[in-house]
Write a protein that binds this ligand. Structure first.
Ligand code: PFF
Length: 460
């Protein structure tokens, strides 16, 4: 947009940063536990189909819109529509979604920091499952722990985002992403030596058809948005720092592939350890914070592995948090003309304040811990429910709708082909456009109808 707008130093920088955004708590914490709860293989297969048919087309659409507009998620729609347009609402929704998600994401990320501290100070030297369960319960419900780490995590995130695109975001991703992949590979190599590896392979890749339910299909679809950072303009904002010469299709495919790889690796690390220790795959959200340190505790050098694992989880959360904050910061910089430090300061301050109720949600004696915010959820769960079930799918619907139906075909076709080896092929373009026009909206509407409870009659 403006002369001084940031740009990526190279195409690899974009892929690293975009993959850093995509790979986060969604891959390392949520994907393994929902895979466990949905019976493994069949769920994984459906998730992969969703990534390919819904996630990838939206990823390409978001990055393309960003590169075309060279502006923030709020500026993109009026700019590409040639004037004020109701589609701008999609941009406002995106900024709001980023603020909402980061406010509670920071609290979970804070737990990973706390567990690094515990691992370093011998606090994970507990011995049995019950003690680890109790430790997680204490962590979750302690206001001091949650507020301290929420503050610390937001400060770290803000300092990196203030650094700007080349100095801050890009440099951080260049270090964090490769480090993450190396650490995961090391853990995976270790996992292959465990007795439970064969069972884990069968669990993750064996096609257990009996476990497919309508519910599992819908959950797999919803998770594909969250895990790829789609539906709120994070990928759009990162795409806006690409130049017209960059290959949008290649970088989108690479980002999607890395995210999917890490999610599968997380399962192949977590399940062998879980099975070898004789624990259940379906134990739920506690899988990372209870089962991992418990499993490590019984191993030689277990504490070092715990430190490694939670540092890894923290890095993954940090590079996602950077992209969540960048959406709001880019909006204030591009649309309001603010300096980067001022924009980041305000956005991070708002997120921090909004996160305080989430940090207190584990304490049932506070008003935020009361389970009557939305349905029977406390504040934290209500925010997650609102963002995952409503805001991201709605944003994704808007982004896909704008790219597929509102953009002029000529400009879209030229931009799709620009800088790409395969973008000029008619069949590739048409396949992408048809997916975005029909498959994506139908899939998203199905997710929303399900959330409203209107599909229960069909799926049971
Ligand atoms: N994709 C991140 C994860 O899997 O943890 C979460 C996320 C980041 C969602 C950025 C949305 C977003 F814009």
């Amino acid at each position: 947009m403006s002369e001084g707008r940031g740009q990526w130093g190279s195409r690899l920088s974009f892929v690293l940063a975009a993959a850093g955004s995509a790979v986060g708590l969604g891959n390392m914490w949520k994907f393994p536990y929902i895979t466990g709860m949905n019976g493994g293989g069949a769920f994984v297969l459906i998730y992969l189909v969703c990534i390919l048919l819904v996630g990838l087309p939206i990823m390409i659409g978001e990055v393309l819109l960003g590169r075309m507009s060279q502006s923030s998620v709020v500026g993109t729609f009026p700019k590409l529509a040639g004037g004020p347009t109701p589609w701008a609402g999609v941009g406002w929704l995106g900024v709001a979604t980023g603020v909402v998600i980061l406010s509670y994401y920071s609290v979970v990320a804070g737990w990973s920091l706390h567990y690094v501290y515990l691992a370093l100070t011998g606090g994970l030297d507990l011995g049995d499952a019950e003690a680890f369960g109790a430790l997680f319960g204490e962590t979750y419900s302690d206001p001091t722990v949650n507020l301290t780490y929420h503050t610390l995590f937001m400060l770290i995130t803000a300092v990196i985002v203030v650094g700007g695109i080349q100095r801050g975001v890009e440099r951080a991703s260049r270090i964090l992403m490769p480090l993450l992949l190396i650490m995961m590979t090391a853990l995976l190599a270790y996992a292959t030596t465990l007795d439970g590896f064969g069972d884990a392979l069968d669990f993750v890749f064996g096609f257990h058809v009996e476990s497919i339910t309508g519910e599992a299909v819908l959950e797999a679809l919803g998770h594909s948005f969250f895990t790829l950072s789609l539906g709120m303009g994070a990928m759009l904002t990162y795409g806006s720092y690409l130049s017209k010469r960059d290959d949008v299709i290649a970088v989108s495919v690479a980002t999607t592939a890395v995210d999917t790889l890490v999610a599968l690796m997380a399962c192949l690390v977590l399940f062998p350890i879980t099975f070898s220790a004789g624990m259940e795959a379906s134990s739920g959200p506690g899988l990372v914070f209870i089962n991992m340190p418990l499993a490590f505790d019984g191993l030689p050098g277990g504490h070092a592995w715990s430190v490694l694992f939670f540092v890894l989880l923290f890095f993954a959360a940090l590079s996602s948090a950077i992209s969540l904050l960048e959406v709001a910061a880019a909006f204030l910089i591009d649309e309001r003309g603010w300096s980067r430090p001022k924009a980041v300061g305000l956005a991070a301050g708002l997120v921090f304040a909004l996160g305080i109720p989430s940090a207190l949600s584990g304490d049932a004696t506070t008003m935020f811990g009361a389970t009557d915010w939305i349905g029977e959820r406390n504040w934290f769960d209500s925010f997650d429910y609102l963002a995952s079930n409503w805001m991201l799918p709605l944003g994704g619907l808007g982004i896909a709708g704008f790219a597929a139906w509102r953009l002029g075909d000529r400009a879209r076709r030229l931009s799709f082909a620009a800088g790409s080896a395969i973008g000029g092929i008619q069949g590739v373009y048409l396949a992408w456009l048809q997916l975005l026009r029909y498959v994506v909206p139908v899939a998203i509407v199905v997710v929303m109808l399900h959330a409203l409870g209107l599909l229960e009659a069909v799926f049971g």
